[in-house]
Design a protein around this ligand. Structure first.
Ligand code: MCN
Length: 795
């Protein structure tokens, strides 16, 4: 790389546009389109006996009403189960519109298309659905015990059951090890439901071009290529006749990776059928009851350890609430169960989970995707061990750490991608040293004593995690230098606010030696790049970042070859700096990259004077070669893909100091410190932003966010009035330090960063509250009233 842009804290170039209201989100598009609205089930569990639309038919401005009966061919089938797994013996997905049964409040039953959304909603209100109510199943323990079934053909409501076991080095099974351990503990942990709740909900806008028999779909999605494949397959269209574009997306946090959502196939179908543009944008209540939730686990832990706190055996049994359907498979509990050991060498480990159906909103990955639950479990365990032995909590962690010289470290488990869980690199002892210094761990006891003397309760907490990032299978990049010297980068995955436009431009500018301003980046547009997986699992930097770098290297090689011809130099002596290809050490002998782009095309049309003049560099053409020699292509462009053998493992450690009010039990975060390792940093400022955002979301998970269902399966807090989130006033200033242990698995040595901030926060806050109060915290989130009750119970 010739230009120092990789690793620089460049300001996000997308921000001026987004912050000044010039973003183009889904609802900004298609202002003249017809509007769709949905009749959704008001009941958690019911049989649909009849749907009577007659009263709605006279509504002025109504265009169409559709029920399941109207859906043709493949659209009438259940939606796909995206990631099947042998342990998911009873995977179930919903129909785009409910067929004869509804399994959660919010399930779509009827789609109405009308002149505008008001009319569509009015018509929805006049449609009568006759339901026969069934007993709803709410809560994982009830689901596991209840005779009532969410799906009649799923016995015990268990969709999946999976066990992974890593015996001790001596070959003893985990239960034997725990029995024989000098110390054992057993406890239960409860983790509430939460949800992604991005500022912008989901949305779809579809346009059918009857002249061309082609469809253009805009979707607020995290994966436009997969939506495209689903739409083409469900509607029976050839893939080249479907374009899917993710415009600016106002946050996704996981929920927009499910594909297709019912609306993503229903809207395009209606647009085709009606030969009109149709749009739907989700409202907030719809988002709460008709998208997806996550977290939602009960964990039972048994651990055996020695006098130093070394974990000899750990057995965890998880009840995972999967809601009504499994469109995304069982990725979340698989991640919980395999990421649970974190940075530790667990002597022996057995993990088991049952994924159970309930009559609640389906569960799919939400930022962190199963890891906050895993870290809560492991770090609560570490604190329990320290408490039991009377040891410093960081000492217990340190004695269990995988050491830097032990990488690559095989945890002996199979990860979410079906590949062995092998950590590639890291330095956990150094990370802990940095964290202790940053938060002032060793001086805290004196601080706590001083506070106590003033009648204040403060506590310090810690949480460590390892995160598999950059999962495969692949991502691609295309790079084109045009004759004006601009560099156009495209990749198929989408952006929801992660700063890809900046970070990918930095990679291209550094690889090609051009000024950053000359690079433009397009993501999530199948017209520009048709093959992609999507943005989730903190994979964009690793996957598309490396693919773009590899594509740039191809372009660079070609540029040097053409320039060497023109300059009569050896390509190995050439460099590119500031957009000029020149002989190293001889800046005079130079040719603009723009000119190289003109020369790369035998047609050599140059539309500006400078470039036209520059074709003089072309030299004498050889008449015994075709204008485009065999194996060559016109143009200065390149495409490449990056496909890793396995994930790369980022890591981090967080610490917090909290204060709990002795009277009201209010919990305030006084300080929050993060040491983070995502390998080589493309842009430290973006990574810090990602961490801050993640911590803010984690504070929500630790103290506020929960989906409150009543026994009837009604979500009682399905609005931002009732679903608590941290405001700026509750989000602490985040002190951040970076450790960089490059990944040996990819050319740029990077690991992912997008989810890291959120992962350990609940564990950290629980640890700190426990330290302040001297009361065991077994739940996330923990509210003041719950803490108040715990105090009472303890007194
Ligand atoms: N980065 C970097 N150096 C690294 C690693 C990452 O500079 N070593 C930069 C990347 O270039 C990118 C950002 O950090 O600009 C995040 O990169 P990455 O870790 O690859 O994560 P993704 O881009 O794949 O984003 C997905 C991740 C996930 S899974 C969720 S959920 C999430 C998140 O990112 N959702 C988000 N961050 C979000 N941020 C916003 N604003 N909105 C969301 O919906």
């Amino acid at each position: 790389m010739t230009t120092k842009l990789f690793g620089e804290p460049v300001r996000r170039r997308e921000d001026p546009r987004l912050l000044t209201g010039r973003g183009r989100y889904l609802d900004d598009l298609g202002r003249d389109a017809l509007a769709a609205a949905f009749v959704r089930s008001p009941h958690a569990h019911a049989v649909i006996r009849d749907i009577d639309v007659s009263a709605a038919l006279d509504v002025d401005g109504l265009v169409a009403i559709y029920t399941w009966e109207d859906l043709p061919d493949r659209l009438a089938e259940p939606l796909p189960l995206l990631i099947p797994h042998p342990a998911l013996t009873h995977g179930r997905t919903a129909y785009p519109l409910a067929r004869d049964r509804v399994r959660h409040v919010g399930e779509p039953v009827v789609m109405v298309v009308a002149r505008d959304r008001y009319v569509a909603e009015d018509a929805c209100a006049l449609i009568r659905v006759d339901y026969e109510l069934l007993k709803p199943v709410v809560g994982v323990e009830e689901a596991a015990q209840s005779a009532q079934l969410v799906h009649d053909d799923v016995p015990g409501n268990v969709g999946a059951h999976m066990v992974q076991e890593v015996p001790s080095a001596g070959g003893l099974d985990v239960r034997e090890v725990i029995e024989d351990a000098p110390h054992t503990l057993a406890f239960r942990l409860d983790i509430e439901r939460s949800a992604s709740t991005p500022l912008e909900g989901r949305g779809v806008y579809a346009r059918w071009d009857a002249d061309d028999s082609s469809l253009r779909v805009y979707s607020s999605t995290q994966t436009s290529t997969s939506v495209r494949m689903a739409v083409a397959a469900k509607l029976g269209l050839p893939l080249p006749k479907v374009e899917v574009i993710a415009p600016d997306v106002g946050g996704g946090f996981g929920v927009k990776i499910v594909h297709p959502w019912p609306e993503e196939v229903l809207l395009p179908w209606a647009a085709m059928l009606l030969d009109r543009e149709v749009k739907w944008t989700e409202d907030r209540r719809e988002h709460f009851v008709s998208s997806a939730h996550e977290r939602a686990q009960v964990q039972f832990v048994r651990v055996g350890f020695d006098d130093d706190g070394r974990v000899l055996g750990l057995e965890v049994s998880i009840l995972h609430d999967h809601g009504a359907y499994t469109p995304y498979g069982i990725i979340v509990p698989i991640i919980t169960s395999t990421q649970l050991p974190g940075p530790y060498k667990i002597g022996s480990y057995r993990v088991e989970f049952s994924s159970v159906y309930t009559n609640t909103v389906q569960v799919t990955p939400y930022r962190g995707a199963g890891r906050p639950q895993a870290v809560f479990c492991m770090e609560r365990t570490m604190d329990r061990i320290a408490d039991h032995l009377g040891l410093d909590r960081t000492a217990v962690r340190a004695v269990n750490f995988i050491q830097p010289e032990e990488f690559p470290y095989d945890q002996g488990l199979i990860f979410q991608d079906g590949r062995p869980l092998i950590y590639d690199s890291g330095d956990y002892p150094e990370s802990l040293r940095m964290l202790k210094e940053l938060i002032g761990w060793d001086s805290f006891p004196a601080e706590k004593e001083r506070a106590a003397a003033e009648g204040r309760r403060i506590g310090i907490g810690i949480g460590c995690y390892v995160e598999g990032t950059g999962v495969g299978p692949y991502e691609g990049g295309h790079v084109q230098v045009t004759s004006d010297g601009r560099v156009h980068v495209s990749t198929g995955l989408t952006s929801q606010g992660q700063g890809h436009e900046t970070a990918f431009a930095q990679i291209a500018a550094a690889e090609l030696g051009v000024p950053l301003e000359r690079v433009s980046v397009v993501t999530g547009d199948t017209r520009r790049f048709g093959y992609a997986v999507g943005t989730f699992a903190s994979r964009a930097a690793v996957m598309s970042g490396n693919a773009i770098a590899l594509a740039c290297r191809k372009v660079r090689e070609k540029a040097l070859r053409i320039a060497a011809d023109a300059l009569e130099a050896d390509p190995r002596d050439l460099e590119i700096t500031d957009g000029m290809v020149h002989v190293a050490g001889t800046p005079g002998a130079a040719i603009p990259l723009a000119t190289v782009a003109v020369l790369s095309n035998p047609l050599r049309y140059a539309f500006d004077e400078e470039a036209a003049r520059a074709t003089q560099f072309a030299g004498a053409s050889s008449f015994d070669k075709p204008p485009v020699p065999e194996g060559d292509e016109p143009g200065l462009e390149g495409r490449d893909y990056y496909s890793p053998i396995r994930s790369t493992f980022a890591s981090g450690m967080h610490a917090a100091i909290v204060e709990t009010d002795p009277l009201t039990a209010e919990i305030r975060i006084l300080r929050y410190a993060v040491v983070h390792d995502c390998g080589n940093l493309i842009n430290p400022m973006i990574v810090e932003g990602q961490i801050h955002g993640g911590v803010a979301q984690g504070v929500g998970g630790a103290l506020y966010e929960r989906m409150v269902y009543d026994g009837h399966g009604q979500l009682l807090n399905a609005s931002f009035m009732d679903f608590l989130m941290p405001y700026a006033t509750e989000v602490p200033h985040v002190e951040t330090a970076h450790l960089q242990t490059p990944s040996p698995l990819n050319p740029l040595g990077i690991k992912g960063a997008g989810e890291a901030g959120v992962i350990p926060v609940s564990a950290v806050i629980a640890s700190a509250v426990e330290d302040a109060e001297g009361i065991a915290i077994d739940k996330m989130p923990i509210s003041p009233s719950e803490l108040f009750d715990l105090r009472r119970a303890a007194s």
